[in-house]
Write a new protein. Structure first.
Length: 398
């Protein structure tokens, strides 16, 4: 769509394995799974809109070979398509557990719309659920299962719940789950699944057995970079791209969960598995494919919904850097700021959107934060950040 918006009038082919037109995945573990969001709201565009923009949508098709030198791809039905520019937006696939019994029925990973429909039907029967993995996806699926009245246990191999949020916010989220009746087992790993044909229990390395009817495996994802590897593109294991999202081979680009890009802002290579990055990078890469020389270096943002609590993060938190708390965690509304050398690195806002909006401006401005300002409840942080932005001007603060 962005190619068309930018005036490109050549051939555009959109290829995907799934039968549905492109849809948003975040609601699959949030509003759609709870029944609050109807199916029609998931789709990015109507099927007709692709035809109206002369975009050839090819559903249920898989690319089996990429030949960059020849400028061709081969489809699983044998058809060969030529390209002048190719975008790999192949996303990622869930990791599975390689333990005895992992092939039993009722042990599932979670990624697609079809899996969401299946899981919703299962949860309505109120099975006993064991979620393996206490990260973003695992915690959201656990909340959805509890809302359906299911007994739920979360097993997390690490010593922290939703570890990327840091100990303080992670503990806050863990308390929300415990208050909802979820049992959380930290520092535990799965040694095997038990059952005849259907899973009946999860056995932990400690020897404890957790009876269950359903086990949701949420232990991270792996980038779908197989095509790139076979074609000789640089991978790490994502598809390595430059500041213009172009891979190591000219004319082949990557965006979204599969793309590994260098961030001048953070001085590190990033591969972000979040909706906002996929959206922003998809818009950006269309310009890059048409010759725009802009550099991709956005301010990372993501969110998670934990029951009725919205947790949002902007920036990248660094382990070891102290956090500054604004607000009272006991009230259910607070923010955690991370500062290094006087400049703001990140903000995690729990039910406090104004703090997040202020943090965006302050991180972009690279302004020095006066000591004590962030935690001072008498300071209107949003107004102060707006003043900083106005004083610096749009060029310096962008």
């Amino acid at each position: 769509m962005s190619l068309r918006d930018r005036g490109f009038d050549g051939r555009v082919v959109l290829i995907g394995e799934e039968k549905e037109p492109p849809y948003e995945r975040p609601p699959l573990s949030k509003g759609y799974l709870s029944g609050e969001l109807p199916l029609a709201k998931l789709f990015l565009q109507s099927v007709q809109s692709y035809a109206d923009r002369a975009i050839e949508w090819r559903p249920q098709v898989k690319v089996t070979e990429l030949r960059p030198g020849a400028g061709t791809i081969r489809l699983d039905d044998g058809e060969v398509l030529e390209f002048g520019r190719l975008l790999l937006a192949t996303g990622a696939r869930p990791r599975a557990l390689s333990v005895p019994g992992s092939d039993l029925e009722g042990i599932v990973t979670y990624r697609s719309l079809g899996e969401a429909d299946w899981l919703l039907a299962q949860l309505k029967r109120q099975p006993a659920v064991v979620v393996v993995g206490g990260g973003f996806l695992g915690s959201e699926l656990a909340a959805a299962a509890r809302r359906q009245g299911c007994p739920v246990t979360i097993v997390e191999v690490g010593d922290a719940f939703i570890a990327p949020l840091g100990r303080q916010v992670g503990d806050f989220c863990a308390d929300l789950h415990r208050q909802a009746g979820v049992e959380i087992l930290l520092g535990e790993s799965v040694s095997r699944f038990l059952g005849r044909s259907q899973v009946e229990a999860v056995e932990l390395a400690s020897g404890r057995r957790l009876p269950c009817d359903l086990s949701l495996v949420c232990v991270g994802v792996e980038p779908n970079s197989q095509l790139a590897v076979a074609a000789g593109l640089a991978t790490d294991p994502g598809v390595v791209v430059d500041e213009h999202c172009q891979s190591s081979l000219e004319g082949v680009f990557a965006a979204g969960d599969v793309a590994s890009w260098w961030s001048p802002r953070w001085q590190q290579r990033l591969r972000l598995e979040h909706y906002d990055n996929a959206h922003q990078q998809g818009l950006f890469v269309a310009g890059a494919m048409l010759g725009d020389s802009s550099v991709y270096d956005p301010l990372p943002y993501f969110w998670t919904e934990q029951y009725d609590t919205m947790v949002q993060q902007v920036g990248i938190a660094r382990s070891g850097d102290a956090g500054i708390v604004r607000g009272d965690p006991a009230s259910g509304r607070f923010s955690l700021f991370q500062v290094r050398s006087g400049a703001l690195l990140s903000c995690i806002a729990v039910n406090r959107f104004p703090d997040l909006a202020a943090a965006r401006r302050l991180i972009n401005s690279c302004v020095q934060i006066p000591p004590g300002l962030l935690e001072d409840p008498t300071v209107d942080l949003r107004a102060w950040s707006q003043q900083v932005e106005e004083e610096l001007g749009p060029t310096e603060s962008a």
